[in-house]
Design a protein around this ligand. Structure first.
Ligand SMILES: Nc1ncnc2c1ncn2[C@@H]1O[C@H](COP(=O)(O)OP(=O)(O)OP(=O)(O)O)[C@@H](O)[C@H]1O
Length: 213
């Protein structure tokens, strides 16, 4: 699936768009199976950009196209299919259910797919050193621990793209490396593309291209 932005102006940013942006009010494409880093300081629209690709917001002029189809043309059931099979996400604000356990948060996703995911979930939890937290309620976890649970949840499903909105913001270097290794192997396994937003410091993946926002 290709993702294209054509002359997109987000309503909240109209009038304050930087002349150095490669995305807003420009034409830019994200090619299947490539790896992109989107860099910007706080408030320049990283989460807005991610939400536009994922079809959560449409408060923009211009066009966002997925495989040549304007994102505003998809019906709710088509978005459900896209999110189930084609695009996975780690939200900046994670969006875990805080009253469920870490494991239940992951199972909310895995229950959508056939098969038994227990071994896979436990292997990923082991790799990210959160096995001992799986039965704890999400609201008791630190933000960095929640970030690792949200990453595991995002890697359960099939995808052609994974969108990672500042995924390592609360992880130390060692934990960031472990998470990046896990994401990298899931992306390779699926021959998928990856878009990471970052304030600038992240260099965890071998990116094909960087865009400034
Ligand atoms: N739903 C919305 N309605 C109105 N304004 C919004 C909305 N969402 C974001 N904004 C504004 O748009 C700008 C970009 O917000 P966004 O969250 O996309 O930035 P960001 O680059 O992800 O920032 P950060 O690095 O701080 O998370 C901000 O000025 C924000 O206040």
């Amino acid at each position: 699936m290709t993702i294209e932005f054509n002359n997109v102006t987000p309503a909240p940013l109209a009038g304050v768009i930087s002349s150095t942006t490669d995305i807003w009010q420009c034409t830019c494409a994200f090619e299947a199976a490539k790896r992109y880093r989107v860099v910007a300081p706080s408030g320049k629209g990283k989460s807005t950009f991610i939400h536009y690709i994922y079809g959560l917001r449409f408060d923009f002029t211009g066009k966002v196209r997925l495989n040549g189809v304007e994102s505003s043309h998809f019906h709710a059931n088509e978005w459900a299919e896209i999110r189930q099979d084609k695009i996975s996400i780690v939200y900046q604000d994670l969006r875990l259910f805080l009253q469920l356990t870490a494991l239940q948060n992951i199972q909310v996703k895995s229950a959508l797919y056939p098969g038994n995911f227990d071994d896979r979930i436990h292997a990923m939890a082991e790799a990210l050193q959160v096995s001992h937290l799986l039965n704890n309620k999400a609201h008791t976890l630190s933000y960095g621990e929640r970030q690792r649970i949200a990453i595991i949840r995002s890697l359960i499903q099939p995808f052609e793209w994974i969108l990672l909105d500042e995924p390592f913001s609360h992880l130390d270097l060692e934990n960031s490396k472990r998470a990046a290794t896990l994401i990298d192997s899931a992306v390779r396994e699926r021959n998928a593309g990856l878009i990471v937003t970052s304030l600038g410091q992240d260099n965890q993946f071998n990116y094909d291209k960087e865009y400034q926002l």
